[in-house]
Design a protein around this ligand. Sequence first.
Ligand SMILES: NC(=O)c1ccc[n+]([C@@H]2O[C@H](COP(=O)([O-])OP(=O)(O)OC[C@H]3O[C@@H](n4cnc5c(N)ncnc54)[C@H](O)[C@@H]3O)[C@@H](O)[C@H]2O)c1
Length: 348
Amino acid sequence: MVRVGVVGCGYWGPNLIRNIYQLDCCDLAMICDADPQRLARVGKLYPGVTLTTSFQDVLDSGAVDAVVIATPARTHHAMTGQALAAGKHVLVEKPLAVTSPQCQDLISLAKQQGLVLMVGHTFLYNPALLMVKELSQPEYLGDLFYLYSHRVNLGRVQTDVNALWSIAPHDISIALFLVGQAPEKVSAQGAYYLSNQIEDVVFITLTFPGGVMGHIHVSWIDPSKTRKVTVVGSEKMIIYDDLADEGMVKVYDKGVKRVSNGEGPQYGEFQYRLHSGDVHLPRIRMTEPLANECRHFIECILENKTPTSDGENGLQVVQVLEAAQRSIELQGMPMPVASGQLQPHTVA
Ligand SMILES: NC(=O)c1ccc[n+]([C@@H]2O[C@H](COP(=O)([O-])OP(=O)(O)OC[C@H]3O[C@@H](n4cnc5c(N)ncnc54)[C@H](O)[C@@H]3O)[C@@H](O)[C@H]2O)c1
């Protein structure tokens, strides 16, 4: 039985606490938040679980094997590093850290320590997205042309990170997963309206090898809540609407093919043949993505497996975020995406 301490009882932490508590394969051993009121409010739902306002208590506890970290992004590097150094497996919320050297540092430390390091890229554990991935295979979808996602809403306005770092890690991890590789270039534009220097809305364009294009729109000042991913292939087109009650994934048997009109392509005489067939709604056995994510973390610990969203995956997402941030600062100039070398660990 893996004994887990969860750190962070803010907006997201209570969801992780609930899932860790409900899983059979682990014990919720400790809950930590620096804010005593938040800690008390969440803690009273879990009588018998040790509560603390001190992260050091979690690190020092012999009754904690693994730590789940749901604190703000800027704290992830230090807290994850300290937990790994203390011999704890770590599931840390997205993004893994706020720079790629910090991510590389954590990856090295987890390797040195022989511990599991996993990032909370929740959508990789979402049965609907797994269905989209299955349907995006070339023998079904045809050639993948492009994909785009919208993750917009009115709120939650953040004051420490912009919409890129707060919301887009989801869409970037989804795009990397569906395309199956990292983009070569990223361009992004963002604007701030509510507070100085913190972008409320960001538009990102990803250029993948082979010409596949991705586009991401994130915002917390938009009129209606939208969480949608569209994948366009030569044979099929797929829309994944995370908010749909039924038919979260819709597969359109639609496409366009360029065909020769028989008079010879040397004269540029092509026609475009459209096909528009049925719309298919595959049945999805929906389970809570966060429960799947937490279970995967525990299984990786027990079975010594590498998580789907391991440190390397977290690093790839951060490399795209960094390129997008640089591009925003340069008014949308396309930026190459670094593919980082692992650095020796430097966390004290
Ligand atoms: N996977 C998702 O869908 C999803 C959704 C929302 C947020 N998140 C992620 O979850 C993380 C937390 O976001 P949030 O919106 O819950 O933030 P939040 O500000 O609402 O909560 C963070 C909590 O961490 C506590 N905290 C900060 N530093 C601490 C420390 N050193 N020791 C103990 N407690 C400390 C704060 O007191 C606060 O209660 C972020 O990384 C965010 O990106 C993920």
